[in-house]
Design a protein around this ligand. Structure first.
Ligand code: GLU
Length: 339
């Protein structure tokens, strides 16, 4: 079933892209998981809130598997992920798209930015970056000091002989208004980032040839006509880079809604290593999807923890105002979930 859906939607998308269409459906959202491990309770919450927002606004839901990084990708995980979403009743209307099959679009975008004179090869090693830079506030990437921006052609050629370069995007100087990005997140409110001081020239392609998440996500959201992005709070700090890229590549800016993270403890985010809260165990413990979904929805004030409801019943209860009331990160434990 997935295969047919995928083939069909992919062909349709390619046709739209070839005809140079901008997709204009009223609301289109997406769930864009990275298949690096089985979904855990936090991933389910992001998928659920994405789905509820889309369904409550009669929008279209895209499923996009973000399997760009061959190191993170484990082939059976994507199948399991779709099977888990299916079991949960979190249906999608378009896709699955696989980023690993879309690299020509990312290459086009990098070429376009290069033609605009906005990229340069970067030869810095990971340890050089650690030594010379300060971490980006939100995601542990580095504020790049521009080391390779001003290399002379001869220096580039010399370095390229021993090391394949990454590609960086030049951001405007701090006093250039184009480099100050402001937007309002549906849950976390007004945001502002000065790219030059808070991020620096950022990676759009890694030295091993893998396109950067920031680039791929912007190209995909743009080509797929995504109008609403719902995802974990940990990605709020990526928005400024993504909005800047959207402006350069001529894509409209989607509406952003970041949702609280589920934490394994007050100081540690739930991770795919927390096997006691992964889909395998959750499915075994709950037996059916409804009680699990309702339990998770209760964390956001959308239900009582043990209420008898279907996934569809939650659509009418969903509102962003409710999520705003529960926007602090949430600690979950097996005791809460399984009793
Ligand atoms: N693939 C990312 C993740 O699994 C989400 C990307 C996004 O929603 O923009 O964390």
């Amino acid at each position: 079933m997935f295969f047919t859906q995928s083939q069909h939607a992919h062909t349709e998308l390619l046709q739209k892209e070839r005809r140079g269409f901008t997709v204009t459906e009223p609301l289109k959202g997406r769930f864009a998981p990275t298949p690096s491990g089985r979904m855990h309770a936090g991933n389910i919450c992001s998928a659920l809130l994405t789905w509820l927002s889309i369904r409550s606004q009669h929008g279209t839901c895209v499923l996009r598997i973000e399997d760009l990084d061959p190191r993170a990708q484990r082939p059976p995980v994507a199948d399991l992920l779709m099977e888990d979403l299916d079991w949960l009743g979190l249906t999608w209307d378009e896709g699955p798209y696989f980023q690993s099959q879309r690299t020509e679009y990312y290459e086009d975008a990098v070429n376009k930015l290069t033609d605009m004179g906005l990229t340069y090869p970067c030869f810095c090693t990971r340890s050089e970056l650690h030594a010379a830079t300060a971490p980006h506030m939100s995601d542990g990437t580095y504020v790049y000091p521009g080391t390779c921006r001003h290399l002379k052609p001869a220096q580039r050629a010399q370095k390229a002989a021993t090391r394949p370069p990454a590609t960086r995007l030049i951001v405007p100087d701090a006093d250039d208004p184009k480099g100050t990005i402001t937007f309002t997140d549906e849950v976390y409110g007004p945001q502002r980032e000065v790219l030059a001081t808070q991020c620096g020239d950022f990676l759009i392609k890694r030295s091993d040839g893998v396109f950067a998440y920031q680039l791929a996500v912007v190209v995909d959201d743009g080509l797929m006509g995504v109008t609403e992005v719902v995802r974990g709070h940990d990605l709020l700090g990526s928005c400024a880079r993504q909005i800047y890229l959207q402006r350069l590549l001529g894509y409209p800016q989607p509406h952003y809604a970041h949702v609280p993270l589920l934490m394994g403890s007050p100081t540690r985010r739930l991770s795919k290593r927390d096997r006691d809260l992964d889909m395998g165990v959750l499915r075994e413990q709950f037996g059916r999807p409804e009680p699990l979904i309702v339990k998770l929805a209760s964390l956001f004030g959308l239900a009582q923890p043990n209420e008898r409801l279907s996934v569809e019943d939650l659509i009418g209860r969903f509102s962003w105002a409710a999520i705003r009331e529960h926007r602090a990160d949430i600690v979950v434990n097996p005791e809460f979930l399984y009793t």
